[in-house]
Design a protein around this ligand. Structure first.
Ligand code: SF4
Length: 102
């Protein structure tokens, strides 16, 4: 594997073929996806009231217990399909899916 200037491992897969998907029922704001991704695809932030309201009741409670924060995919087009985020997540909250239009 190659290394980015920040010292992260990268892969040669072209971006835009797959996107990571975060399962809000599993994400617990632990953040290793942010550290693992060489392409800054993720961001951890507080859910908006609308996002919280769209979750099932038990998930809303779980999110509240974890400070109301979760991981979000903010740069899906930058994903190179290396899978580092999938491996890094201790909650198995991330999967890779075919990108829309790919
Ligand atoms: S698979 Fe995960 S870690 Fe790798 S580039 Fe895509 S979002 Fe980042």
């Amino acid at each position: 594997m190659k290394q980015t200037s920040a010292g992260h491992s990268t892969c040669d897969e072209a971006p835009g073929r797959v996107v990571p998907v975060v399962d809000p029922r599993r994400c617990e704001d632990k953040g290793p996806c942010v550290e693992a991704c060489p392409y800054d695809v993720f961001e951890i932030r507080k859910l908006t009231p609308g996002e919280r309201g769209a979750l099932p009741l038990l998930t809303r409670f779980k999110v509240w217990v974890h400070g109301g924060r979760q991981a979000f995919v903010v740069r899906p087009d930058s994903c190179h399909a290396c899978g580092l985020c999938v491996t890094a997540c201790p909650e198995k909250a991330i999967t890779l899916a075919k990108a829309p239009g790919a």
